[in-house]
Design a protein around this ligand. Structure first.
Ligand code: E4P
Length: 216
């Protein structure tokens, strides 16, 4: 399973990269706005900076919602770097645009996916990635990990090549559960990635080893 970091914060991207386990990055308009990135030039430059840190896929989301504008915006984003994957929302014009991008050699990540039906449509249109938002599903009292398992079963049965990118991860446990049920990628906040490190018995064991090392 690949690890992507879900942020537009360059310091956090660098920290995850330095850990040696980072395979890519996802962003969205909320995450870009949080970093104070405004205007087309600044947006393109910021994606360039991300691509300089990480040698892996970087999802850059379109803001447009009509077919023609999604295509124009996506073409500009894809031209930044070969690792850019155009992130397109699961709406009717988005599905049409994903199909167009696929036929024109531009890879896409279909975002805002909350059902198996939507995941089937994204795969049929040829999305490179499908992003089910598992944390937001959990927030609405459904089971996000169960949706990942369902999509994984359907994709395997039907031979769909679209990679399942578990998004809206809230914890290290989410990552473990997604790995168990067959997610291809988890895109996570830095805290959730670092959360995988933690176990109290590791801390207790290390303290004892360090104490005993003084006696050597
Ligand atoms: C996916 O690519 C999105 O950027 C992200 O995972 C959304 O997460 P949130 O529900 O924590 O905003």
């Amino acid at each position: 399973m690949k690890f992507f970091i879900d942020t537009a914060n360059l310091a956090q991207i660098q920290e995850a990269h330095d850990l040696g386990v980072l395979d890519g990055v996802t962003t969205n308009p909320t995450l870009m706005a949080k970093e104070g990135i405004k205007g087309e030039e600044a947006i393109l430059k910021h994606y360039e900076a991300i691509c300089e840190i990480v040698d892996g896929d970087v999802s850059a989301e379109v803001f447009s919602t009509d077919f023609q504008s999604i295509i124009e915006e996506g073409k500009k984003l894809a031209a930044i770097h070969p690792n850019i994957v155009v992130k397109v929302p699961m709406i009717k014009d988005g599905v049409k645009a994903i199909k167009w991008f696929t036929e024109n050699g531009i890879r896409t990540n279909c975002t805002l996916v909350f059902s198996a039906g939507q995941a089937i449509l994204a795969a049929k249109a040829g999305a490179a990635y499908v992003s089910p938002f598992i944390g937001r599903i959990d927030d609405s009292n459904w089971d996000g990990v169960e949706l990942i398992a369902q999509i994984a079963q359907i994709y395997a049965l039907q031979g769909f090549k679209t990679e399942i990118l578990a998004a809206s991860i809230r914890s290290a446990l989410h990552i473990v559960k997604c790995a168990e049920v067959g997610a291809d990628v988890c895109t996570c906040p830095l805290d959730s990635i670092l959360g995988l490190l933690k176990h109290p018995l590791t801390d207790i064991g290390l303290a004892k080893f360090l104490e005993d090392a003084k006696k050597m």
